[in-house]
Design a protein around this ligand. Structure first.
Ligand code: ADP
Ligand code: ADP
Length: 228
């Protein structure tokens, strides 16, 4: 479902953040992306949801060629991909409910469907009872749950997460991982950049290591493999 072939990314400042990446990720896989800071993990992930465009090479997501995607088709792509960030990126003036509903409103879903589905995903992440609250009234872990609810509300085939537990304490991080596991068990592909060695070594999945913009390791049920 995700196919990268000889992908290069050179930023305007001359930094080569992807240096010939080829990889294939199947529907339903759970993939950790590991590697030192500055290795190119975020760039790898950003190219998957077309936040960054490769300088060279092809990226196919569900049969869509991202390099050839017209700007008018980007919303169509984004519907198929849920994205979760380290810093949550919630809209601070909207309630929990509204933050999640917003993702459905922009694609003009029916109001009845929106209400039903939003409460369904808030229930899944255990936050139905906080639907009326503002992000500022929630803990970091709860805010991340909201952002996960938002990422899956449109039933994407893949959820991409860039260090989703990077701002959370260990206990909260495990709780968040349980939700990603549940999402993956329902058949959704999960691609997650992480520095969390304990999680990678305990909840075993495919591990792709990136260093200097290249894939240096790709193992099923791999280890984190770095000292910290
Ligand atoms: P990681 O996520 O592994 O820390 P990144 O993909 O963020 O790595 O960065 C890879 C390299 O690309 C780094 O050298 C970084 O400084 C550089 N880089 C990332 N984003 C940009 C950008 N927008 N402009 C210029 N250089 C960038
Ligand atoms: P249930 O019937 O499952 O208890 P409710 O419809 O009572 O669910 O809604 C539960 C929570 O979701 C309430 O706190 C409510 O404020 C919030 N909520 C429901 N619909 C909306 C909406 N359209 N806009 C904002 N908040 C909503």
């Amino acid at each position: 479902m995700i196919e990268m072939e000889e992908v290069f990314k050179k930023y305007p400042n001359g930094v080569v953040a992807a240096n010939g990446i080829s990889v294939s990720i199947k529907q339903g896989e759970f993939v950790y992306v590991v590697g030192p800071s500055g290795a190119g993990k975020s760039t790898f992930i950003k190219m998957m949801y077309r936040e960054e465009v490769p300088t060279k090479g092809t990226i196919m997501i569900n049969g869509l060629n991202l390099a050839k995607l017209k700007p008018s088709k980007v919303p169509h792509l984004r519907r198929q991909i849920g994205v979760v960030f380290q810093d949550f990126k919630l809209l601070q003036t909207l309630t929990v409910y509204e933050n999640v509903a917003f993702a459905m409103e922009v694609i003009e879903e029916h109001p009845d469907d929106i209400k039903k589905r939003v409460m369904e995903v808030l229930n899944l992440v255990g936050l139905k009872h906080k639907a009326r609250m503002l992000p500022s009234e929630l803990s970091g872990g709860e805010q991340q749950r909201v952002s996960i609810a938002r990422s899956i509300v449109n039933n994407p085939k893949v959820v991409i997460a860039d260090e989703p537990t990077g701002n959370l304490d260990p206990d909260t991080s495990w709780e968040i991982m349980k939700i990603f596991e549940e999402i993956n068990r329902s058949g959704t592909t999960v691609v997650m950049a992480t520095h969390n060695r304990d999680i990678v070594n305990s909840i075993k999945h495919r591990v792709i290591a990136i260093e200097s913009g290249m894939i240096t390791r790709d193992e099923q049920r791999g280890d984190y493999g770095y000292e910290s």
